[in-house]
Design a protein around this ligand. Structure first.
Ligand code: SF4
Ligand code: SF4
Length: 200
């Protein structure tokens, strides 16, 4: 009988302890419910891609000299440079240029090595189509101005973590014109130039 009573008492103690821990856990859960969600409500809110973001490649037909450097540095030799030799000018003449973004890995090697800067990485990442052949962009499609998150009246643009003021981790409800943490690239350049001029 005594053994049975002991067992009941132990069981009751353990139940109380478990209920206490569950209560503590739930209090943490409910505390999280009082905080503002940090969710970005796509497609009404979008994060502004960083300045070195590698989105869809942009191409300027008039600048291309058909050197094919972009093809050689591409890990899959992807850009199609269609040119013919113009005997009168003794120069290559570009006829057609295309990149298939269904195959591209957006490494932007082509952008880095293009000697005439006719390629550039845009901040456009919404490229989905229903047909994979529509991802094969020709020079006209690649020459279009990219979509900008900050120009879309339907979208509330939000800053990425590295562009938030010091100590802030949520992009919502920022005061206008609040500075990002650290120095801006132009400020770093100014500082370096000042240092160099004082050294001379
Ligand atoms: S971004 Fe990379 S994979 Fe795409 S075309 Fe350029 S070099 Fe090739
Ligand atoms: S590297 Fe630049 S200039 Fe040369 S073919 Fe490619 S896009 Fe044209």
């Amino acid at each position: 009988m005594l053994k049975f009573l002991n067992q009941v008492s132990n069981y009751a103690k353990e139940t109380v302890q478990a209920a206490k821990y569950i209560g503590q856990g739930l209090s943490v859960t409910f505390d999280h419910m009082r905080r503002r969600p940090v969710t970005v409500q796509y497609p009404y809110e979008k994060l502004i891609p960083s300045e070195r973001y590698r989105g869809r490649i942009h191409f300027e037909f008039d600048k291309c000299i058909s050197c094919e450097v972009c093809v050689r540095v591409c890990p899959i030799n992807l850009p199609v440079v269609d040119w013919e030799f113009n005997k009168e000018t003794k120069k290559k003449q570009l006829k057609h240029y295309s990149i298939d973004f269904g195959v591209c890995i957006f490494c932007a090697n082509c952008v880095e090595y293009c000697p005439t800067n006719c390629l550039s990485a845009t901040e456009e990442y919404e490229l989905s189509t229903y047909d994979r052949h529509e991802l094969n962009f020709d020079n006209v499609a690649m020459g279009r101005l990219p979509y900008k998150v900050t120009d879309d009246p339907m979208v509330t643009p939000l800053r990425e973590l590295a562009y938030l003021p010091k100590g802030v981790i949520s992009p919502h409800d920022l005061p206008p014109n609040s500075r990002r943490a650290g120095l801006r690239p132009e400020e770093i350049r100014e500082k370096m130039e000042q240092e160099q001029s004082t050294e001379k």
